[in-house]
Design a protein around this ligand. Structure first.
Ligand SMILES: Cc1cc2nc3c(=O)[nH]c(=O)nc-3n(C[C@H](O)[C@H](O)[C@H](O)COP(=O)(O)OP(=O)(O)OC[C@H]3O[C@@H](n4cnc5c(N)ncnc54)[C@H](O)[C@@H]3O)c2cc1C
Length: 394
């Protein structure tokens, strides 16, 4: 049996950050990962450039049953702490819109940096390791196919369920349940919508077209690019809104964000009274979208001059342009989702240490718990901050 102070399950973003932090405090740390290649999600993130954090990190950028839980960890290890680590390793990076920070070259630099930080403080790492059981007689016993490990603290950093081909598993949730912790239902987040009604054909025909829109889902509104795809709707604004969407709900799309469609149509009526509606709409919308939209809802007036339309009809059209109500059939699911919503209930954990309130020595960090960030580097920042928080105490 090999003895450690801390065993961490999962060598992803949160697990490696936790390992390096605990190791720097002189703790003997072992990280176990089922995958032969660690940090796969870091490598594939941000289109291979890893959007590793954001210049503006606020608790409002996170979805959780307890919106206050993330505050303490985010305050104690901030985006500036991670940026200064990146700078110490002389990793070149740049800012994109909305304060998103990406590597200039490759996400590999972030993974190499974390592995170097672990190496520096003597963290042991076992890859391709299958854990068969966990018990807690005195401390924790972690049985793998080849070995038995004993540790005072056990950190679960197994991530979420998204992209099953990347080594994702529900193992972290199983461990939580084994020790009596509540696990909230999971669903795919930061994921495109799919449609089964007449919108299916519409999105197929418009596939490849992108435009700036606002999407509201319940109380929350995002404004960014939307992309029509063969399968439905995607693009940053769609992914953002998907974190707030539940099956069966509608979304509301403002096709003309920042423009009062009612005033605009009235102006067109005055200035271009002989113009055909479908042509006039194409002044502000992609031509193919204007055409499809007219065919979908206003086919009987599409060949009419705007001057011939009664105001009541124009106003209805305007309302629909600023508030196009759609009901997604679902999402593309974990196959393409960037994150998993839900997970280990934060009520079960200390927001300061990430330790279980009822099972001493058991910690959860990163995506496995019910804290999910918006698109834009927020999920990695949560991995760094929660990993650091636990690393300070294990
Ligand atoms: C395509 C894609 C792009 C993304 N881009 C970004 C981005 O640019 N910016 C951003 O902030 N977020 C991004 N994310 C989200 C981000 O990758 C995750 O939120 C983050 O990696 C979570 O870190 P984690 O350490 O909790 O889990 P992970 O990084 O998923 O690590 C979990 C680790 O646990 C291991 N594991 C799982 N099960 C077991 C088991 N049974 N036994 C042992 N080990 C196990 C896995 O092999 C893995 O190494 C992206 C996600 C995807 C899928």
């Amino acid at each position: 049996m090999d003895q450690f102070d801390v065993v961490i399950i999962g060598a992803g973003a949160a697990g490696l950050m936790c390992a390096a932090t605990a190791g720097s405090r002189g703790r003997r740390v072992l990280v176990l990962d089922s995958s032969k290649k660690v940090g796969k999600k870091i490598l594939m993130s941000g289109g291979g450039r890893c959007n590793f954090t954001n210049l503006t990190i606020e608790p409002d950028n996170y979805v959780s049953a307890n919106p206050h839980f993330c505050k303490s960890a985010l305050k104690r290890y901030t985006q500036w702490d991670f940026i200064s680590l990146v700078q110490r390793y002389e990793i070149a990076y740049h800012e994109r819109e909305h304060g998103q920070l990406f590597c200039d070259e490759s996400a590999r630099a972030i993974l190499d940096m974390l592995l170097a930080e672990c190496d520096k403080v003597g963290v042991s790492l076992v890859k391709g390791c299958e854990i068969t059981s966990i018990s807690s007689l005195s401390g924790y016993q972690i049985q793998t196919v080849h070995n038995l490990y004993q540790a005072d603290s056990l950190v679960v950093a197994t991530g979420g369920l998204s992209i099953p081909t990347m080594g994702s598993s529900g193992f972290g949730y199983d461990i939580a349940r084994q020790f009596g912790l509540k696990v909230l239902p999971q669903r795919a987040g930061l994921v495109p919508y799919t449609f089964s009604d007449q919108m299916k054909g519409v999105t197929e025909r418009l596939s490849g077209i992108a435009l700036p829109v606002s999407i509201s889902c319940g109380e929350v509104t995002f404004s960014e690019q939307m992309l029509f795809t063969h399968r439905g709707l995607s693009g940053p604004v769609v992914l953002q809104s998907s974190n707030y969407w539940h099956p069966g709900e509608t979304i509301v799309i403002d096709l003309l964000p920042g423009i009062n469609a009612k005033n605009w149509l009235q102006l067109l009526k005055k200035e271009h009274s002989k113009g055909l509606l479908k042509n006039l709409l194409a002044k502000r919308l992609p031509k193919k979208l204007a055409h499809e939209w007219m065919m979908l809802y206003w086919v009987e007036v599409s060949e009419k001059a705007i001057g011939d339309l009664p105001d009541i009809q124009l106003n209805r059209m305007a309302e629909q342009l600023n508030g196009w109500v759609l009901k997604p059939a679902g999402t593309e699911g974990y196959r393409t989702a960037e994150v998993t919503l839900g997970g280990v209930d934060t009520d079960e954990l200390s927001s300061k240490t990430m330790e279980s309130k009822k099972q001493p020595g058991l910690y959860f960090v990163g995506e496995v718990m019910d804290v999910t960030g918006h698109l834009g580097g927020y999920n990695f920042q949560w991995a760094w901050s929660s990993g650091y928080a636990a690393g300070q105490y294990v």
